[in-house]
Design a protein around this ligand. Sequence first.
Ligand SMILES: Cc1cc2nc3c(=O)[nH]c(=O)nc-3n(C[C@H](O)[C@H](O)[C@H](O)COP(=O)(O)O)c2cc1C
Length: 183
Amino acid sequence: MKKILAVVGSPRRNGNTHILVSRIAEGARAKGAMVDELYLGDFTIKECDGCHKCWERKECSKNDEMCNIYPKIIQSDIIIFGTPVYWYGPTGLMKVFIDRFVYFNSPENREKIKGKSAVIAVPFEEESPETARPVVEFFEKSLAYLEVKLVGKIIVPGVSGRGDILQKAKRLKEAYELGQSLA
Ligand SMILES: Cc1cc2nc3c(=O)[nH]c(=O)nc-3n(C[C@H](O)[C@H](O)[C@H](O)COP(=O)(O)O)c2cc1C
């Protein structure tokens, strides 16, 4: 059975990212995967300050809630990263979360993430898919660096208000089917 960690990086609960990530999760659960959903806004995750203690003693020095999330990441086969576009980048919540992945860059910890799969889910307001390009590249490059395979992308332009994405039936179907394929 596949273990999936579904990460919602928007501070807006029941917003477009939340709905999109949940739809992927639903598809995966329908095919028997075990999905753990995580709302980054519920956690206190400090910024990585580059102390590199994780390189010296394998543990992160920050001693915050991210230290409880590392085991969830390590135990998962697939990670879903959901973030809306915020100023042509990911949200601050998602950026701080990914910055803490430097933990996985130490020689001892690389093996704990290497070989996993990932999916990105990115809604945003503008109509051009180009708007999401910096966010997509951020994930493509960071995941490739960590030797994590990016196996799916759901990019949804034209959604602004909370729940606008419910009008995009085709995209939500795509998300559900992607979830099914992950399991
Ligand atoms: C701080 C902030 C910055 C944003 N920047 C952009 C942007 O650069 N381009 C864009 O298309 N939409 C931008 N948006 C709109 C969001 O991407 C859009 O409303 C999205 O659907 C929000 O997803 P959510 O409901 O999951 O929070 C921004 C919204 C906020 C609050």
